[in-house]
Design a binder for this molecule. Structure first.
Ligand SMILES: NC(=O)c1ccc[n+]([C@@H]2O[C@H](COP(=O)([O-])OP(=O)(O)OC[C@H]3O[C@@H](n4cnc5c(N)ncnc54)[C@H](OP(=O)(O)O)[C@@H]3O)[C@@H](O)[C@H]2O)c1
Length: 298
């Protein structure tokens, strides 16, 4: 007998399963051997798959999240970045207003990515301008650890992330400034990273990733802004990027991706990508690990 429309499971049934998979990963448990009656299947070569009939929204959400659910179990941390940008490549107005570049569907997706991650990372510009909560309040799921990258110690201790007790927060700076940072926000909210800041002021994001891994934080979501996501890409730290493009033209706003110049088109990064429609926005899911400069044309 064909299932009726109302009995077909959808996103509400799928989302708790995604959270279960992530909880197992956090516990470092081997993937469950899902029996034939369960809604998910798993095998070592194909990863997770949906069993049976699901509605179209659930199938699409599973497809979008599958790379995150299937990420390698061992080895280095796994990093995903996101930017919501206008047609002209801006993530906010010149003055920093970004509420909202994208529609509600992308906002909910952002909260889903937080819930599936161990930590959410933002730059000092985003923390200072948005004073974000960085919680999962639009979806079910635990809040990630909130990581505010503030090597210059410019952030106010009154920011919500330092004071609202909603979730753990870490101000990240170089180890050489950790004592100073602790005087501002308390030692329990400081992660001093040895070798984070170079003599020229550059940030070693591999050192940051390793320091987070040492705290058991292995799935890292780089939420913005443009400068920070670009720095992670330039240092080859991101596995995937979710770039959500909204049908809006901001004009001379804060730029999204800002990467070193390419001499010729053949030198450019060409990540393989998949497109997902989210309300009026288009989300590109980009595989940055596979992104190599295109081969020279003969
Ligand atoms: N649409 C989206 O998806 C999205 C996501 C997150 C954030 N945003 C928006 O992106 C903007 C921030 O992005 P961004 O690329 O400029 O910075 P960011 O990546 O969040 O942070 C990196 C830089 O913050 C700088 N910074 C800029 N303004 C600052 C301030 N007021 N206080 C302290 N540090 C500051 C520092 O720059 P120096 O090099 O000058 O030291 C630092 O290197 C905000 O307007 C935010 O609303 C949009």
């Amino acid at each position: 007998m064909m299932p009726t429309q109302s009995s077909i499971p959808g996103v509400d049934a799928l989302w708790p399963l995604c959270l279960d998979i992530v909880a197992q990963r956090r516990a470092r448990a081997a993937p469950q051997q899902w029996d034939a009656g369960s809604p998910l299947a798993w095998d070592a070569s194909q990863g997770f798959a949906l069993r049976g009939v699901w509605d179209a929204d659930a199938v699409e959400l599973f497809d979008l999240l599958k790379p995150l659910l299937d990420r390698p179990r061992e080895g280095r941390p796994w990093l995903i970045g996101q930017l919501g940008q206008s047609l002209d490549g801006c993530v906010a107005t010149h003055g920093g207003d970004s509420n909202y570049v994208n529609g509600r569907e992308v906002l909910v997706h952002l909260h889903r990515l937080r819930a599936l991650s161990d930590a959410v990372i933002v730059g000092a510009g985003t923390a200072a301008i948005d004073n974000p909560q960085l919680t999962t309040r639009h979806v079910a799921g635990a809040h990630p650890v909130r990581v505010l990258l503030d090597p210059e110690l410019s952030l106010s201790p009154t920011l919500r992330a330092f004071s609202d007790s909603e979730a753990a927060t870490l101000l990240v700076c170089d180890a050489a400034r950790a004592v100073e940072a602790a005087e501002r926000v308390g030692a329990h909210q400081v992660l001093g990273v040895r070798g984070l800041t170079g003599a020229d002021g550059s940030l070693n994001l591999h050192a940051l990733t390793a320091a987070l891994e040492a705290r058991g934080l292995r799935v890292l979501f780089v939420e913005g802004g443009g400068v920070t996501v670009s720095r992670f890409i330039a240092q080859g730290c991101l596995d995937r990027l979710h770039l959500s493009i909204a049908p809006v033209i901001i004009g001379a706003g804060r730029p999204g991706l800002q990467l070193p110049r390419s001499a010729a088109m053949r030198d450019c990064m060409r990540p393989s990508g998949r497109i997902f429609h989210m309300g009026a926005d288009v989300l590109w899911d980009l595989d940055l690990r596979a992104a190599q400069p295109a081969a020279p044309r003969s």
